[in-house]
Design a protein around this ligand. Structure first.
Ligand SMILES: [Zn+2]
Ligand SMILES: [Zn+2]
Length: 321
């Protein structure tokens, strides 16, 4: 039994997330930033509590779940449910109801794609619902300790122990579950230093995490080791795994195709090259932003709330020249 709803995008939630980043980054005044950081987590949690979970069937036993946080997916079957990411904590009742409607299989494993609040905030209620949490070892480290995201002027306290992953890996891990082979692998630092992808090799479904914001300039969390070169490398790695039939789940935005990921990879490479050229010539970050090195791409990619100027600044600061 499955509940299937086809919805074009989950764009509004992403716009609000990225919009908050742009607004906060544009006003680096301490009091404004502190107010904004409290608002960001509180308002995101409040919005998540009210946002319905949209369910889309991707394969016989894999469904995409989209709410206010990062894109989730669940694999069902006799070995129990394998859930990818847990969104914001107040969304947990809606997520659990959606999972129950998809199948009656027991809870088994929750995999976190990386440590960010919009992917892990619901870990504790999912743990209480019976999921064992699995992630990269650095995700566990970052959830056990206070963290900050400079771009958002965001300070996160450590999560309580029930929210921590209890199984961790370093480079790769394979799960044989529900008739499929699930290959998981850690990317070199890209969006953060905790990012992994999950490839359901039989079903031909790939969750690539936040290395892909489908259709828009991405957030790159330089406070957590993220950098533009890593984003380009990671998206090339994902392209190697995908064929034209692969259903590719981005961290944010609508379900994607290989052709869309090719375009995104090309966009990242172009921005990188344009910014690196100016940085190498000795221009400062502000001078580089003033030259509008993304201008030719902004009509297509700049509508996401991660503004061209903010994105150019991230690329400038993290690019290796
Ligand atoms: Zn995210
Ligand atoms: Zn993220």
């Amino acid at each position: 039994m499955s509940t299937v709803m086809h919805l074009p995008t989950n764009r509004r939630a992403f716009l609000r997330l990225a919009g908050a980043a742009a607004v906060v980054a544009a006003q680096p005044i301490r009091s404004v930033a502190q107010a904004a950081q409290q608002d960001f987590v509180a308002s995101s949690r409040a919005a998540a509590a009210k946002t319905p979970i949209q369910v889309t069937r991707l394969a016989d036993n894999i469904h995409l779940l989209q709410g206010y946080g990062g894109n989730m997916a669940v694999q069902t079957g006799p070995d129990g449910k394998l859930l990818i990411d847990s969104s914001y904590m107040p969304a947990a009742p809606r997520i659990l109801a959606a999972l129950e409607a998809i199948s009656k299989d027991p809870a088994s494993t929750l995999v976190n794609t990386h440590w960010h609040v919009d992917h892990v905030d619901g870990n504790q209620p999912m743990h209480e619902a019976g999921f064992q949490i699995l992630a990269h070892s650095k995700t566990r480290e970052r959830l056990r300790t206070p963290q900050s995201i400079g771009l958002l002027h965001l300070s996160m306290p450590a999560y309580p122990q029930p929210a921590w992953p209890v199984t961790t890996f370093e480079q790769t891990m394979t799960l044989w579950r529900n008739g499929d082979r699930i290959h998981m692998e850690h990317y070199a630092p890209a969006h953060t230093d905790t990012d992994i992808f999950l490839h359901f090799q039989h079903a031909n479904v790939l969750h690539v995490a936040d290395i892909w914001f489908n259709g828009v300039y991405p957030l790159i969390d330089e406070s957590s080791g993220g950098n533009i070169d890593g984003m380009i490398h990671a998206s090339a790695q994902a392209l190697q795994l995908a064929d034209n039939q692969t259903r590719i789940i981005p961290g944010h935005g609508p379900l994607g195709t290989r052709a869309q990921l090719v375009e995104y990879h090309a966009m990242l490479s172009t921005v990188r090259d344009n910014v690196a050229r100016l940085k190498k010539a000795g221009l400062s970050e502000q001078e580089t932003i003033a030259r509008k090195p993304t201008a030719a791409l902004d009509a297509k990619w700049g509508k996401g709330g991660m503004t061209p100027d903010v994105f150019t600044g991230i690329v400038y600061r993290t690019v290796r020249v």
